[in-house]
Design a protein around this ligand. Structure first.
Ligand code: NAD
Length: 284
C-alpha cells in the first residue's frame, strides 16, 4: 500500500512558493498577504490558525491574524472584515470555521470580498466552482486532488465515494472528483447502506468527522482511501478511518496526521499566491 504523504508533498510546495515569492518581491515588489480571522476560543481552530500563519511566515507571505472574542457583535465583526477587504496588503482572506453560536456562517461569509475569498466559500465563488470556472478551488478538496495527482492515481473513469456533504469539504470534493471525470456518489448521515456504497468505490474520501467510521470491511481490495477527518484524543490525532489491517488491503491511503491536513495548508498558500498575482497583473 502506498502512503499518500501530504507532509512530504506540502514541503515541496512550500519550497516552490518560497522561491516564487522571492521572485515576485524582487521583480514586482509584490508580497502576497493572507489575513485569517478567528472568532472565539475553539482550541482546534486555534491550532489550525496558528499552523496557517506559521506556513505564511515560512514562504515569506505577509500575514495577519485577527482574533475576536466569541461575543463580538455582528456589526463589529462585519466592520473588521470590510477593513480587511479594503486593505491593499491583504490578497487572501479567511474566516476560520466553525463560528461561535449567534453568528451565522452564511451571513459572515457574505461579507468577504469574493476576490479575496481564498477558500472559495462566498456565493459568487461557489457559483463559479459549480460552473466549472473557479477563481480558486476550496483548499481541502484542492489539496486532495493535488495529492492524488502527485501519486499518479488516475481519477478519470473511476468510481468515487465522498462520505460527507459539508459546504467546505464534502460538496466541493464531489465537484472536484466529478470535474476530474470520476463517477461520484455522496454519502451522508442519512445514508442507509454506507458500507455497501463505499465497497463499490475505487476511491473513497472520508470526511464525515466521525472517528473510525470506516474500516477494512468498508473498502474493496485495492481501493484508494483519503482520510480527511481530524480527531484529537489525549493529544493524539486520529482520522475517520480505522487503519487496522489496511496495509495489505488498500492500494493507497492518506494517514492522519500527515495526509490531508498539510495539503490543505499548502493549497491555501497556493490560492493566496494565485489571487495576489492576479491582483498585481490586473493593475498593470
Ligand atoms: P461537518 O460536520 O460540517 O460535515 C460532516 C458531514 O459528514 C455531514 O455532511 C454529515 O452528513 C456527514 N456525516 C456525519 N456522520 C455521518 C455518518 N455516520 N455517516 C455518513 N456521513 C456522516 O464536517 P466538515 O467540516 O466537513 O469536516 C469533516 C471532518 O474533516 C472533521 O473531522 C474535520 O475536523 C475534518 N477536516 C479536516 C480538514 C483537513 O485539512 N484535514 C479540513 C476540514 C475539515
Amino acid at each position: 500500500m502506498k502512503i499518500l504523504n501530504g507532509k512530504l508533498l506540502s514541503e515541496k510546495i512550500f519550497k516552490d512558493i518560497f522561491n516564487e515569492v522571492q521572485d515576485l518581491k524582487k521583480n514586482y515588489n509584490l508580497i502576497p498577504g493572507l489575513a485569517v480571522c478567528l472568532v472565539g476560543d475553539n482550541p482546534a481552530s486555534e491550532v489550525y490558525v496558528r499552523n496557517k500563519i506559521k506556513a505564511c511566515e515560512r514562504v515569506g507571505f505577509y500575514s495577519v491574524l485577527k482574533k475576536f472574542p466569541s461575543d463580538i457583535s455582528k456589526e463589529n465583526l462585519k466592520k473588521e472584515i470590510l477593513m480587511l477587504n479594503a486593505d491593499k496588503n491583504i490578497h487572501g482572506l479567511l474566516v476560520q470555521l466553525p463560528l461561535p453560536k449567534g453568528l451565522y456562517e452564511k451571513e459572515v461569509l457574505s461579507w468577504l470580498d469574493p476576490l479575496k475569498d481564498v477558500d472559495a466559500l462566498t456565493l459568487e465563488n461557489k457559483a463559479l466552482l459549480w460552473q466549472g470556472a473557479p477563481r480558486v478551488v476550496p483548499c481541502t478538496p484542492k489539496g486532495i486532488i493535488s495529492l492524488l495527482k502527485h501519486y499518479e492515481i488516475s481519477i478519470k473513469g473511476k468510481t468515487a465515494v465522498v462520505v460527507g456533504r459539508s459546504q467546505i469539504v464534502g460538496l466541493p470534493m464531489f465537484q472536484q472528483l466529478l470535474s476530474h471525470q470520476a463517477t461520484v456518489t455522496v454519502c451522508h448521515s442519512q445514508t442507509k447502506n454506507l458500507s455497501e456504497v463505499c465497497r463499490s468505490a475505487d476511491i473513497v474520501v472520508a470526511c464525515a468527522g466521525v472517528k473510525g467510521l470506516l474500516s477494512k470491511r468498508d473498502f474493496k481490495k485495492g481501493a484508494v482511501v483519503v482520510d480527511v477527518g481530524i480527531h484529537r484524543v489525549d493529544k493524539k490525532l486520529y482520522g475517520d478511518v480505522d487503519t487496522e489491517g489496511l496495509k495489505e488491503h488498500l492500494s493507497a491511503l492518506s494517514l492522519v496526521p500527515g495526509g490531508v491536513g498539510p495539503m490543505t495548508i499548502a493549497s491555501l498558500l497556493e490560492n493566496c499566491l494565485e489571487i495576489a498575482k492576479l491582483s498585481c497583473w490586473n493593475k498593470r
